[in-house]
Design a protein around this ligand. Structure first.
Ligand code: SF4
Length: 386
């Protein structure tokens, strides 16, 4: 029998596994703390466990980290790790330190089947879902590796990483069964102890799973919006054909009743001449004003404008900075809280939408994207000077 990787379990799962081994629930809590709070992978080092239990654990279990294939450090302190997940696939995680927080951007899949037009991961196609252990191993490694390097601790705690965003490679809500236990381990006081406000799931709009997440583990939610009308969004985010804007907005409003914050974040990648025109800003204002919990209420969401990070063969360009500011002003003037995301780590291809890892496309999505791209972009406007 293969040993069980303890990273595959949240505390409830570990408690169930311990029960199968004839161990009491408090043993699971002890083990969970050793693994996640203290980063200990060797059972001999778990000194408050009986020697007989340690011997049995050595035979039956393991704490299996992911091999690090490469590490790149940006001039701005951002670090990108490439983790080998076997069979030719590798996924990326990005550590982004700031003055008052440190965020880890975590991958949920090797590749992605959604195929967003502006996303480097989407262009690589999809290989497979990551397991709970493979998702958690990214945080486990980053947190304990950075501790050993003496990285800055957050808020007087032992913790280095204060925020997790599920915004790396993959659509997290298309890997729901593995995602939820990983989120629970992140939130667990005996694990990483992160608050629900500091763990964010980013989705391209998998509506039924948004409803399930609201019930099962309602962390902060970011929605990859990127367009204010269905025609353009279906082109940029193909999932929109299945779950169009009206359904997506209604799901956001339902999620709000459970969300740890009183707003949803909309991510909007600014693409030169594609979705960055004044009429797009007006349509976005209209969408927010009419689809929220109350007509005219603009406070239920925040819009995060993301400068596009070009990658080879994308066929798209970053909006000029002046146009991004005009777009932001149009939203702000209409009462929408709007931020422009700082790009971090773009010298190591670690910025938003640039994560590509190494993926063996098993779905032929790359070919489909080539075909899609041959089709005309709807609602394209000539790009005026910024
Ligand atoms: S933006 Fe997200 S959902 Fe879209 S292709 Fe990239 S990883 Fe997938």
């Amino acid at each position: 029998m293969n040993p069980v990787n303890l990273l595959e379990h949240d505390r409830a799962g570990l408690t169930a596994w311990c029960a199968e081994q004839g161990e009491k629930p408090f043993r699971a809590t002890q083990l969970f703390r050793w693994v996640h709070q203290r980063g200990v992978a060797q059972f001999d080092d778990m000194t408050d466990l009986a020697k007989s239990l340690r011997e049995r654990l050595k035979a039956q279990a393991t704490v299996q980290a992911l091999p690090v294939q490469s590490q790149q450090m940006s001039a701005d302190g951002t670090i990108k790790w490439l983790f080998d997940v076997g069979a030719g696939d590798a996924v990326e995680s990005v550590y982004i330190p700031e003055d008052d927080r440190a965020t880890l951007c975590v991958s949920s899949q090797a590749g992605c089947a959604v195929g967003c037009r502006f996303c480097s991961t989407g262009h690589q196609g999809f290989s497979r879902n990551l397991s709970t252990g493979e998702i958690l191993a990214q945080l486990w490694y980053a947190e304990h590796e950075l501790r050993s390097r003496g990285a800055q601790r957050q808020g007087g705690s032992d913790r280095i990483i204060s925020n997790v965003v599920m915004m790396g490679m993959g659509e997290p809500l298309q890997n729901y069964a593995a995602l939820v236990p990983a989120l629970r381990a992140m939130l667990d006081d005996h694990g990483y102890g992160l608050s629900r406000r500091r763990v964010t799931v980013s989705t391209s709009g998998v509506v039924p799973m948004m409803d399930r997440l609201a019930q099962d583990c309602p962390v902060a939610l970011a929605v990859s919006l990127h367009a204010p009308n269905d025609e353009l969004r279906s082109h940029l985010v193909p999932l929109n054909r299945k779950y169009p804007l009206a359904e997506l907005m209604a799901a956001c409003v339902r999620y709000l009743q459970h969300a740890p914050r009183d707003f949803i974040t909309f991510e909007y990648c600014m693409l030169d001449g594609v979705n960055d025109q004044p009429e797009h800003a007006q349509q976005l204002v209209e969408l927010i004003a009419t689809q929220g919990p109350r007509r005219g209420d603009m406070s239920w969401c925040k819009v995060n404008l993301i400068p596009f990070n070009p990658f080879a063969d994308s066929g798209l360009k970053r909006s000029p900075h002046g146009r991004v500011l005009q777009f932001a002003k149009a939203l702000s003037d209409a009462g929408v809280v709007t931020t422009v995301r700082k790009t971090r780590g773009d010298d190591i291809d670690a910025a938003c939408g640039q994560l590509a890892g190494e993926v063996r496309d098993r779905t032929g999505i790359e070919q489909r994207i080539v075909l899609q791209r041959a089709a005309q972009v709807p609602a394209l406007n000539p790009a005026p000077a910024a």
